[in-house]
Design a protein around this ligand. Structure first.
Ligand code: ARG
Length: 463
């Protein structure tokens, strides 16, 4: 005799239902309802396969497949009543299917377990997110390419240690981010390819004695193949971890760019103007225009990387195969995915809308003795000094200019010759920032010609 409150899915050997606290800690329906579409797609594929293999009748499979569509439309329409007592999305869907179609619903779970079911649903969900991330990254890369193309030859300071280093071009700086997000894109594609195997049919852990066709369900769900080991199929969460690590690296890139936008949009830098659409005001200081979107993007890496660490910790001590610990995988991935997509979209909007202040960039490019390296290179090239000596001579000239409160091109020829007698009037040609960037023609260098070549390469790659 079973208590009528015992679980209808597995209550056969239970005399009583769960304590309220047990139900609270056990239930995942509060969050895994997001897997409804994937769960129903997986079940429809499974039912079709069971019929094709003669494991259930065609009419039962048809009733199941039709009934599942009704359940899906109830969920999408918002009329579906989710039950915590039914634990998770899998049992909520199956229970409702039984109410709709009756007895055949009980045949759906033949040759299947919630272990391979949840692994399948979650893979399908994560796969969709990889695809969404690909779209988000491509949109961002396109926005960066537009910025790079407009300002391929606009000069700005390049920094190391956030100290003025050498002049670079705006296009070159934008293209640095194209490379970074391009690597994220390739990580997304790489991980998506590796994860695209179907756990369905691994059943609880050992496979099944029913003559199922795992290749059929794998193909129906768009997987490249079934997972080759049933134990691994139900216990593996690498696909979720790879998603989180790819997301973490990408969020780190977004954060670095966001940090630059915060700095660049400040009154002290004034390198860029962010649009009203992607800024906020202050309730007390009327002059303020705050880069809140950039700041929030900068912060997102915290929760995304946190999710990555959290799931690593969940998984690291688990013996094969499935343990309920693994139910903790979903909230981390859901939250990380939502916030990564939002950060990508917000960054794309900011980049598309922002205006580079060309004059301010140019003025800053020439300050801070940014062409000192060009001067040292000239001493090597023209006067044949060893680089170390040229470095020393240039350092003395910088010190002299600093003492006089001027920039290098403002020193007179006589003052220069006071430091090194061999210097001639020709040196002034290399002290201009335009000349400096134009001269950096090495492959991948900042010369506008090189930058344009990289823009063209990317455009061809994306076409
Ligand atoms: N809600 C569960 C999860 O998310 C589904 C799998 C349950 N499997 C089990 N053997 N209790 O992991």
């Amino acid at each position: 005799m079973t208590d009528k409150t015992a679980n209808q899915m597995w209550g056969g050997r239970f005399a009583a239902g769960p304590d309220a606290i047990m139900e609270a800690i056990n239930a995942s329906i509060g969050f895994d309802k997001r897997l409804a579409g994937q769960d129903i797609a997986g079940s429809r594929a499974h039912a079709a396969m069971l019929a094709a293999q003669g494991i259930v009748s065609d009419s039962d499979a048809e009733a199941i497949r039709e009934g599942l569509l009704t359940v899906l439309s109830e969920i999408e329409g918002g009329s579906f009543v989710f039950s915590t007592a039914l634990e998770d999305i899998h049992m909520n869907v199956e229970s409702r299917l039984k109410e709709i179609i009756g007895e055949p619903a009980g045949r759906l779970h033949t040759a299947r377990s919630r272990n391979d079911q949840v692994a399948t649903d979650f893979r399908l969900w994560v796969r969709d997110q990889f695809d969404a991330a690909e779209g988000g990254l491509l949109a961002l890369i396109r926005a960066l390419l537009t910025q790079a193309e407009a300002g391929a030859d606009w000069v700005m300071p390049g920094f190391t240690h956030l100290q003025t280093a050498q002049p670079v071009t705006w296009g070159h700086h934008m293209m640095a981010y194209v490379e970074m997000f391009g690597r994220d894109l390739s990580r997304v594609r790489d991980a998506r390819k590796r994860m695209n195997e179907s756990p369905l049919g691994a059943a609880a852990l050992a496979g099944t004695s029913f003559p199922i066709d795992r290749h059929m369900t794998a193909a129906a769900l768009g997987f490249d193949a079934p997972c080759a080991n049933s134990l691994d199929a139900v216990s593996d969460r690498d696909f979720a971890l790879e998603f989180l690590s790819v997301a973490s690296i990408s969020a780190m890139h977004l954060s670095r760019f966001a940090e630059e936008l915060v700095i660049w949009s400040s009154a002290q830098f004034r390198f860029v103007a962010l649009s009203d659409r992607f800024s906020t005001g202050s309730s007390i200081m009327p002059q303020k225009k705050n880069p809140d979107a950039a700041e929030l993007i900068r912060a997102k890496v915290g929760r995304i990387f946190g999710a990555n660490v959290a799931l690593m910790m969940v998984m690291k001590g688990l013996p094969l195969t499935y343990s309920k610990d693994m139910q903790e995988d979903k909230e981390q991935v859901f939250d990380a995915a939502d916030n990564w997509m939002l950060a990508l979209a917000a960054m794309t909007g900011m980049v598309a809308d922002m205006t580079a202040r060309r004059d301010n960039l140019a003025a800053a490019a020439g300050s801070g003795f940014s062409t000192a390296t060009d001067l040292a290179d000239w001493l090597v090239r023209v006067l044949n000094l060893p680089f170390r000596e040229a470095h020393h001579v240039t350092g003395s000239l910088v010190a002299l200019a600093e003492k006089k409160g001027c920039d290098l091109p403002d020193l007179s020829l006589a003052e220069m010759q006071g430091v090194h007698a061999g210097i001639t009037q020709d040196v002034f040609a290399v002290l201009g920032v335009e000349n400096s960037v134009n001269s950096r023609m090495s492959y991948g260098g900042t010369a506008p010609e090189q930058v344009r070549a990289q823009i063209d390469r990317w455009k061809a790659r994306l076409a």
